[in-house]
Design a protein around this ligand. Structure first.
Ligand SMILES: *[C@@H]1O[C@H](CO)[C@@H](O)[C@H](O)[C@H]1NC(C)=O
Length: 371
C-alpha cells in the first residue's frame, strides 16, 4: 500500500498550491458559468421528464398484453369497449340500464340486482369497462364527454333502443353528469350513487368545497391537488415512495367508516382485482384522477333539468357516513338542483350499494320512481 502513495516533494506541493490558487483566483467567464448551469439544468430536466413518464399500457389482445376474454364492441375511433350483460334478456326487457363503474373497478362491479327483481320488473343491465380498465382499450383523450359518447355508442351497438337508463357509482356517478350534459336526449332516467364531487367545479361555494376537501386524509388532498394542478406529475406522484400518495388507491383502512367495514370484504375480496388494472395504472387510476379532478368544460352545478317535460328523473343517493366522498357535496348539489330526487341514506358509508337490498332499492326507484 505504502508503495502506491505518491511521494510529493515540498517543491511540487508548493507549485500545486500555487496553481490551485491561480485557478481559484481566475473566475470563469460569465458565459461559461451560464453554459454549465444550463447543461446541468437541461440534464436534470431530461432525467426528471423521463422519470415522470408513465410506461406504455399493456393493451389487451396485443403480444405484450392480457388476452381478450370479454364481449367487446369497436368504437368510432377504433377502440374496443368490453361489456357484460345481466338481468333479463334485452329482447324481454321493459327497462335497460347501463352501469358506470367507479374508481379502481370494472364491469364485474355491476350493481348486484337480485334475479327476482330483474325478473319482476323486466330489467336488463349492462356494465362496461371504462376506457383503459379491464379489457377496454385505453383512451389517451379520455374525458367526461368521451365517456358519455362511449355509453351512447354502446347502447346503439347493442340496439338498446332510443332510451335507456344510466347509473353510476362513485367516480362513475361523477361521470354520469356527462351523460346528463351530452346525451340526456337518450336517457330514460339516471341514478348517481355516492358520486365523487370535483372541488374545482366553480358552482360550489368556497366554504362547501373547502370543508369537503379538508375532510380527506392529507395524502388524498395532495393526490387530488396534483391531479388538478399538475396532471403531468400524476403518474410519478402516485408511484413514488418519498411521500404518501393516494390513500384511496392504497385502500387504507382509515378511509372506511364502520358501515363500510361491514361490507368491505365484498369489495376487497373481489376475485377480479388484478383484471381491473391489468393494462397499467396510468390509463386506469391516474387518468381517472386527472379527468375527475381536472378543469371541466361544464359545471354540473349550472346544469338545467335534463328532463324538463318530466320524461325522466335524476336520482342522487348518498350515505351520511361516507368518509371517501363527503356527503355535504351531494347535499349542496341536491339543494341547488330541486329537480334532483335526493335519497340520503342514514348511517350508510361509501360502499352502501353492496349492502343487502340496496341495489334493488336503487334500481326500483330508478325505473318506477317518476315524481
Ligand atoms: C356555507 O356558507 C353558507 C352561507 O354562509 C351556510 O349557510 C352553509 O351552511 C355553509 N356550508 C358549509 C358546509 O359550511
Amino acid at each position: 500500500m505504502a508503495a502506491s502513495i505518491k511521494k510529493v516533494s515540498p517543491a511540487s506541493a508548493r507549485a500545486h498550491t500555487r496553481k490551485k490558487k491561480q485557478g481559484s483566483s481566475l473566475s470563469l467567464p460569465p458565459g461559461m458559468f451560464k453554459m454549465i448551469s444550463l447543461v446541468v439544468l437541461v440534464g436534470l430536466a431530461a432525467w426528471f421528464y423521463k422519470v415522470i413518464q408513465p410506461p406504455a399500457p399493456a393493451i389487451c389482445g396485443t403480444p405484450n398484453g392480457p388476452p381478450v376474454t370479454s364481449s367487446r364492441i369497436k368504437l368510432r375511433d377504433g377502440r374496443h369497449l368490453a361489456y357484460m350483460e345481466a338481468g333479463v334478456p334485452k329482447a324481454k326487457a321493459a327497462h335497460k340500464i347501463i352501469y358506470i363503474h367507479g374508481f379502481a373497478s370494472c364491469k364485474h362491479d355491476l350493481l348486484p340486482v337480485s334475479p327476482d327483481l330483474a325478473e319482476e320488473l323486466g330489467i336488463y343491465l349492462v356494465a362496461f369497462d371504462r376506457a383503459g380498465y379491464g379489457e377496454s382499450d385505453p383512451d389517451p383523450k379520455k374525458s367526461v364527454k368521451s365517456t358519455a359518447l362511449d355509453i351512447e355508442e354502446l347502447a346503439d351497438q347493442l340496439s338498446l333502443g332510443p332510451k335507456f337508463y344510466v347509473t353510476g357509482f362513485s367516480m362513475g356517478g361523477e361521470l354520469t353528469w356527462g351523460c346528463l350534459k351530452y346525451i340526456s336526449h337518450r336517457l330514460a332516467g339516471a341514478a348517481l350513487i355516492a358520486p365523487v364531487g370535483n372541488y374545482w367545479w366553480p358552482g360550489f361555494p368556497a366554504n362547501v368545497s373547502k370543508e369537503a376537501y379538508s375532510m380527506q386524509l392529507a395524502p388524498d388532498k395532495w393526490a387530488v391537488g396534483v391531479a388538478h394542478y399538475a396532471p403531468w406529475l400524476t403518474y410519478w406522484w402516485n408511484t413514488q415512495t418519498l411521500f404518501p400518495s393516494s390513500s384511496v388507491i392504497a385502500k387504507r383502512i382509515e378511509i372506511f367508516s364502520d358501515a363500510d367495514l361491514k361490507v368491505l370484504s365484498k369489495f376487497q375480496g373481489r376475485p377480479y382485482t388484478a383484471y381491473v388494472t391489468q393494462q397499467g395504472l396510468f390509463e386506469t387510476l391516474h387518468r381517472d384522477m386527472i379527468v375527475g379532478f381536472g378543469s371541466w368544460e361544464f359545471d354540473p352545478l349550472d346544469l338545467d333539468d335534463p328532463f324538463p317535460g318530466k320524461e325522466g328523473l335524476v336520482h342522487l343517493w348518498h350515505g351520511t357516513e361516507d368518509w371517501i366522498v363527503p356527503v355535504i357535496l351531494s347535499q349542496y348539489v341536491s339543494q341547488k338542483h330541486p329537480w334532483i330526487k335526493y335519497h340520503e341514506v342514514p348511517g350508510a358509508g361509501h360502499l352502501f350499494p353492496l349492502a343487502d337490498g340496496m341495489a334493488d332499492a336503487i334500481v326500483k326507484a330508478l325505473v318506477q320512481g317518476k315524481n
